[in-house]
Design a protein around this ligand. Structure first.
Ligand SMILES: Nc1ncnc2c1ncn2[C@@H]1O[C@H](COP(=O)(O)OP(=O)(O)OP(=O)(O)O)[C@@H](O)[C@H]1O
Ligand SMILES: [Mg+2]
Length: 305
């Protein structure tokens, strides 16, 4: 009997198998749900090049308040670069990134666009939180200390106030009991949950996740996805680059497929996963399901008799 220890694969069971032979095309221009009001993030014709290579080639993406958008796509298609542009960790060459209506990275002066000052950039992105594949915790600080750090240095809270908020955030991710533990004494899943608590402590209006579970052992993936599901239920606006198709199918309001720097398809999970008329999307999903079928068989073989 397969003990199915792989939680990421357990999530797969929530995803009905796709009908990849469907001819219908997923709408590639689906905008944000108008009933949710003005988009929290509004990206228009975003273009970014590294040297000769244009890695983002005209991205249009709207993310409404409380919307969960999952971004999928092959390696090197530009997913991380897109998120990094939204967090102002990367400059962009052309197009608009607006956060809550404000242009990120540039200001308009006398009808001309000039690079914004760092202070201005920080102001516009202050409500954007980001969680990376690598947790990047300070090894010499406890879990609590890691969550408190930016509250003290960036938000200039008093120590008492920072401690109180950091404790509350650790509680949110189920780690209040690990407040005094150093990262080396925490599992990868726990470290990632501390990283999420650290981002949440800044009270972001949107959370960007770049493959938050990819560096984790399979049995630790589920605990991080649970925290993210709870955040989604609580109404957090989220953009999540992920290979966890089960999570995307369950939690996303919208799935965005990026291929070679362009959004090749987007829509509700059901549309994207079941009516994937787009050949590149079909191929991407087929590879994904083949790989997981392979691992599922591998688990069966490895299971004790
Ligand atoms: N700082 C950089 N300098 C030069 N090229 C870069 C830089 N960052 C990314 N690239 C290139 O841009 C392209 C898109 O990279 P990106 O990291 O956004 O892809 P990705 O979709 O996140 O891939 P993965 O799934 O492997 O994480 C790749 O060809 C990559 O090599
Ligand atoms: Mg990436």
């Amino acid at each position: 009997m397969n003990a199915a220890p792989n939680l990421s694969m357990n999530a797969m069971t929530d995803l009905p198998s796709p009908t990849l032979d469907s001819a219908s095309t997923v709408a590639s221009d689906a905008g944000a749900d108008p009933s949710r009001g003005a988009p929290l993030i509004d990206v228009r014709d975003l273009r970014k090049r590294f040297g000769e290579v244009e890695v983002l080639r005209g991205i249009d993406l709207q993310i409404a308040r409380s919307e969960v958008v999952c971004i999928i796509g092959p390696s090197g298609s530009g997913k991380s670069t897109l998120l990094r542009c939204l967090a102002a960790l990367e400059t962009y060459d052309q197009g608009d990134v607006r956060i809550e209506g404000e242009l990120l990275g540039y200001s308009e002066r006398n009808g001309r666009r000039v690079r914004a000052s760092q202070g201005e950039i920080n102001r516009v992105r202050r409500n954007v939180g980001m969680v990376f594949q690598q947790f990047n915790l300070w090894p010499h600080m406890t879990a609590l200390g890691n969550v408190m750090e930016a509250l003290l240095r960036v938000r200039h809270l008093s120590r008492d106030e920072a401690r109180r908020r950091a404790h509350a955030m650790l509680e949110t991710v189920g780690l209040a009991h690990k407040a005094d533990a150093y990262p080396a004494r925490l599992s990868g899943g726990q470290q990632q949950r501390v990283a999420i608590a650290r981002a949440l402590a800044m009270e972001p209006h949107i959370m960007l996740f770049d493959e938050p579970t990819s560096a984790l052992d399979p049995e630790l993936v589920g605990e991080v996805l649970q925290v993210m599901k709870q955040l989604a239920r609580d109404g957090m606006t989220m953009a999540v680059v992920t290979h966890e198709m089960g999570f995307a199918a369950q939690v996303a309001d919208k799935v965005v497929f990026i291929d070679q720097g362009r959004i090749a398809a987007q829509g509700a999970p059901r549309e994207v996963f079941h009516d994937a008329g787009q050949p590149r999307l079909q191929q991407f999903l087929q590879n994904y399901f083949d790989r997981n079928a392979f691992w599922a068989r591998g688990n069966d073989d490895a299971a004790p008799l």
